[in-house]
Each structure stands twice: as C-alpha cells, then as structure tokens.
Design a protein around this ligand. Structure first.
Ligand SMILES: [Zn+2]
Length: 278
C-alpha cells in the first residue's frame, strides 16, 4: 500500500493526525513490543519454538490432569528448556522507550486504553494505568475455578501454591496456557474498548493469534482507523490506514514527542530531534 513507500517520519505525522482526529484511541501490543526488552518470541527466526521445537499445544489440559506435578516441575526448574529461557528473560526484562512512550501518550490524554497480548507486566512496570492484559500476567496467580487473582510481585514460588481461599479450586499462573479458555473478564473488557475505539494502534503484533487478533478486524469493521507499527508486514497490513515500518521503541517515542512538544514546534519538526519517554 502507498503508506509503506513513505519515509518513517511522514507516516508518524499521518498517525498523529489520525490520533488527533479520534476521541477514543486504543493500542494493542504484541510480541514485537516485548522483543525490544529482550524477551524471545515463540515463532520466527530466533523464536523459542524454532530453536527448541514446538511444544505440545495442550498445556492447560496437562495442568488440569496433574496440577501438583506441574507445579513441582516449575519450582524445581524441571520445565522444558524453552520455558526456563523464557522465565529467566521475563525476570530480567525492563520496560523500553516504547513502553515509556505509551505512558507519555496516556498522561497526555491522547491514548485511552492499552490491550496487551504480552505477559511480561512491563506496561504496568512503566506506569501505564488503563491496561488489559488479555493473556494474563506472569507475576500473578489465578484460580482456575473462580478467577480470583493474587499478585506475586517479583516473588518466584518455591513450592506449589495452596488451593484458592474462596472456592478451593487449583491455582495457576495468571498467564493463559495453550488450550486454556481466555478469562471472560479480560476478553469482555477488551471488547468494550474495541467497541469504543475510533483509532487503534496495532503495535508489534503479527495479528495471527486468535482470539486477540480478531479484535483488530472488528475495530476496522466498526469504522475505527488502524495504525500499524511493525518492522514487518503482517496479515493486518492490508487493512491499515497508516503503516509505520519501524520498531515500537522508535515509532512510539517519536509519536509521543509529537504530543508533548510545544505547539510552536509541531507538527513538522524533524522527528529525529524529538525528545520522549522517561
Ligand atoms: Zn477460586
């Protein structure tokens, strides 16, 4: 599409114009956002599954069959090698310029909600307030029965957690496992945001993991404008109004700068000189 031919700073100006014309702006972030904080993806050239092989896709079923055995493997570091690498990366990760820029946009009143597919908690760590973690958060536990969540913070469980206080059912990480139904509260909240959205920023998402990706097509069908921020072409590209072909850290940093510069400086100042983030 034509937008792809333009230099990055032109597409950022176009995105800023769409955002200014919108009264409810929602961002959806995917694995590409986390990569810039050193968290490996599953798929792709350097992905965990590419290097270690794709694990069975029935993780939730196996957890339900033997939750105590599952937790014993966790606390004794007997999980699959790719899960150990992922856990260690999650523990070490810090928010990058893109996360801080989302916070800047939120505080400037131009970004109203973020739906993330990532489980790293880096949006919260950066200080984002209006956030839906659609695939859960690794630093929380969640009861399989009643859905009650408890925060672990930086604590790494050393033994299997007790059953739920409220209903007695088993407790797992809040992270949505393969084969596990999406928690209905977060899906409902995400759908409400998509229904209100007049502009959606699709950031670092390959738009291939359902049901989260379906929300982007719903937004488009309901008349929202779509801005893609991704170094790579995706399934979403053809329906986007503006495509910014660079990393989340760079694009969001420049975008945030356009909303925090003085009126005299914007909108045509050189983006390379824009200051942004925390
Ligand atoms: Zn419960």
């Amino acid at each position: 599409m034509q937008a792809e031919q333009l230099p990055v700073h032109n597409t950022i100006s176009q995105a800023a114009a769409l955002i200014r014309a919108s009264d409810h702006v929602v961002a959806m972030t995917g694995a590409g956002m986390s990569v810039e904080s050193g968290i490996p993806t599953f798929r792709g050239k350097d992905g965990l599954w590419t290097r270690y092989g794709q694990p069975p896709m029935d993780g939730f079923k196996r957890f339900r069959e033997d939750p105590v055995g599952w937790w014993q493997k966790q606390v004794n570091r007997q999980m699959d090698a790719h899960m150990i690498e992922l856990r260690d990366a999650l523990l070490a990760a810090q928010p990058h310029a893109g996360h801080h820029a989302l916070v800047t946009l939120e505080r400037a009143g131009v970004l109203h909600h973020v739906i993330t597919q990532n489980i790293d908690g880096l949006d919260l760590k950066a200080g984002l307030e209006n956030l839906i973690e659609i695939h859960g958060n690794r630093s929380r536990l969640r009861c399989v029965g009643c859905g009650r969540r408890t925060s672990l913070g930086d604590f790494v469980p050393q033994e299997p957690p007790e059953p739920c206080d409220g209903c007695g059912d088993v407790v797992k990480f809040d992270t949505v496992m393969f084969g596990e139904p999406m928690p209905s509260d977060t899906m409902t909240a995400a759908r409400e945001q998509i229904d209100r959205a007049t502009c959606v920023l699709a950031i670092g998402t390959s738009a291939s993991v359902r049901p989260a990706s379906g929300l982007l097509w719903i937004a488009k069908s309901q008349g929202a404008t779509i801005v893609e921020i991704n170094p790579f072409e995706t399934k979403l590209t053809s329906i986007c109004d503006v495509v910014i072909r660079t990393t989340a850290g760079e694009a969001l940093g420049h975008l945030a700068g356009m909303f925090t510069q003085s009126a005299a400086e914007r909108p045509d100042g050189p983006v390379s000189e824009v200051r942004y983030g925390a």
